[in-house]
Ligand binder design. Structure first.
Ligand code: DQA
Length: 142
């Protein structure tokens, strides 16, 4: 089975982006971790990143079309703004799992609302890259 791992705006800059908050791992490093764990779990990882909201929505629709097991989504700042991503998660039957490197609930108040989270079956936040691995392990149980 395939698991889509969708990454939103600014996550292409991981490694150099605010390392005190997000750490030093790059998105490629995280993809490697997920591929290793995925192999053990019998899951194929389809990892993508876009700075454009509509691409993320199209990929959620694609996850449905190809019958993905789950969508792991770190929507970046769209987490806190995008009703369209919320609707996309509701529009597909593939279960969506929210992922964050940091813990938005301990940061600025504007990060305390998660629209995407309201449409997800689980959330993993505040564990750095390990948030993704925990989310993948949860996807394997679905
Ligand atoms: C983030 C948290 C968001 O609030 C922020 O806008 C990001 C990254 C995280 O992974 O910690 O871009 O999703």
């Amino acid at each position: 089975a395939t698991v889509f791992v969708l990454n939103g705006p600014n996550l292409n800059l991981l490694g150099t982006r605010e390392p005190a908050i997000y750490g030093s791992a790059t998105l490629d490093d995280i993809a490697g971790m997920l591929e290793d764990r995925g192999r053990e779990l019998g899951l194929v990882i389809d990892m993508r990143q876009s700075n454009h909201e509509g691409h993320l929505i199209d990929w959620m629709h694609e996850a449905q079309a190809v019958g993905a097991r789950a969508v792991l989504i770190n929507a970046g700042a769209y987490t806190h703004t995008s009703i369209a991503l919320h609707d996309a998660a509701k529009a597909i039957t593939v279960p969506c799992i929210e992922v964050h490197l940091s813990d938005p609930l301990t940061r600025e108040p504007f990060r305390h609302v998660s629209y995407i989270g309201m449409a997800c079956v689980a959330e993993f936040r505040g564990h750095g890259p390990q948030s993704y691995v925990l989310a993948l392990e949860h996807a394997a149980t679905l």
